[in-house]
Design a binder for this molecule. Structure first.
Ligand code: ZL4
Ligand code: CA
Ligand code: ZN
Length: 388
């Protein structure tokens, strides 16, 4: 127990900062940066930090943020006055409503999770790490000049831009239950980034309302980005078997046609069963199998967080996935260590809490075998138009 050692010749860089975790979005807001503290405490009580290169996240510079975001938006974000969320009088740039409140320390929060993703990407680009991890990142809805869905600065876009300085092609994969619209839009007209998002899609009834199967990129044939957006619209209750099969099949096809030089994987934990906002039945095992599959491809891999609104489930998934990145998952004791802080928190689920057993009401699976096969068939045809 606790004897986790660093595998020889294998480097995982881990980027975190307690300063990020102390921010509050406001009373009963689903996004709780504190879930990062819970995840970190689990990771550290297993002793996993000893097997990684650990870095303290720093704030991204103004210049780094301007790689994607507009100057006027950054000015407003930096100086916006803290205000109680008011959905009837949202400020410019979609700030100040209930989804994207302006809270104390907002700009520091955003700059820091972005700085962490940028540093993580540079570790990979400079070949100083095989896998880089930033669980505080993954804020995939943020636009060039607009906050959206709990996201203010798009750390993923900034990280991919760092990778593209050194590498020809990047595959972006998004297993958050929501559509990764901000990242998709940022690289909409590029053939150097293939974006793939799996998500619940129910028209305008589920945020952000985009991501149907036919959303494949710009429709003008001459546009380099044509066919370079892949969307996997799913219905409620999808289980591990269907989810992991879809993931491996589609990612496998992307690899063949696109030959990426690196993979950025957004590991939003709101696709897990029992999530406060999500509607899927994915377990920690299934979620982790996606991360393990990406690791097995042997490409530089950036893992970022994202959604996840049942904190104890988020902590379980990201601790498990950190162990997969290190390669110590097989030897990890499934019983959550007795000495872990917040142990009582995990006892809401069971008296002998484990890493993989999450609480979540089973939801009826609305995804038929035919539907799942039709999705793969359609994407197979789309990918025929993608050539590296
Ligand atoms: C809340 O309880 O669908 C915000 C947001 C705040 C506290 C009290 C305010 C009560 C659920 C959500 C009023 C809340 C009204 N509080 C929220 C169209 C909407 C307009 C806002 O995982 N109302 C907007 C965004 C999504 C909408 C999901 C996922 C991010 C990510 C990456 C973003 N927005 C309807 C909702 C609450 C709240 C309770 C909420 N907001 C649930 N879903 C949304 O992809 C990190
Ligand atoms: Ca997604
Ligand atoms: Zn989400």
């Amino acid at each position: 127990r606790n004897g986790i050692t660093r595998p020889k010749g294998w480097t995982v860089s881990w980027h975190s900062n307690p300063a990020i975790e102390k921010h509050h979005f406001g009373h009963s807001h689903p996004m709780k940066p504190w879930r990062l503290t819970l995840s970190k405490s689990l990771i550290m009580s297993y002793g996993m930090h000893a097997a990684m290169d650990t870095y303290e996240s720093r704030v991204a510079t103004r210049e780094e943020l301007e790689d994607f975001h507009s100057e006027d938006y950054l000015d407003f974000l930096k100086t916006a006055k803290v205000a109680l969320p008011d959905d009837t009088e949202v400020m410019p740039y979609n700030l100040g409503g209930s989804d994207c409140p302006v809270f104390d320390g907002l700009f520091t929060y955003c700059s820091m999770y972005a700085g962490a993703s940028i540093d993580a990407a540079r570790k990979l680009a400079n070949e100083e790490a095989d896998i880089a991890v930033n669980w505080s990142g993954g804020l995939h809805h943020a636009k060039k000049a607009e906050a959206s869905g709990f996201c203010y600065v798009n750390d993923i876009v900034l990280a991919i831009l760092q990778l593209l300085r050194k590498m020809p092609r990047v595959l972006y994969i998004d297993i958050d239950v929501h559509h990764g619209d901000g990242v998709e839009e940022a690289f909409w007209s590029s053939d150097r980034v293939l974006t793939l998002s799996m998500h619940k899609y129910d028209g305008m009834n589920f945020f952000p309302g985009t991501g149907d199967l036919d959303r494949t990129g710009p429709i003008d044939e001459g546009n380099p980005g044509a066919h370079h957006a892949i969307n996997v619209p799913l219905l409620d209750g999808i289980d591990d078997e269907q989810y992991v099969w879809l993931f491996k099949t589609i990612v496998g096809m992307c690899l063949e046609q696109f030959r990426p030089s690196a993979i950025v994987l957004q590991c939003g934990a709101d696709s897990l069963a029992g999530d406060r906002l999500g509607r899927f039945n994915v377990q920690v095992q299934g979620h982790g199998a996606c991360i393990a599959f990406c690791k097995s491809l042997g490409l530089p891999l950036l893992l970022v967080g994202g959604g996840g609104y049942t904190p104890r489930n988020v902590a379980r998934a990201w601790a498990h996935e950190t162990s997969i990145a290190i390669g110590c998952d097989a030897t990890l004791d499934p019983i959550i260590p007795d000495h872990t802080p917040f142990k009582e928190y995990f006892r809401y689920d069971t008296i002998f809490p484990t890493l993989e057993q999450i609480l979540g009401d089973p939801r009826p699976n609305r995804n038929s075998a035919k539907r799942v096969n039709d999705i793969v068939q359609s994407i197979r045809e789309q990918l025929r138009m993608v050539n590296f």
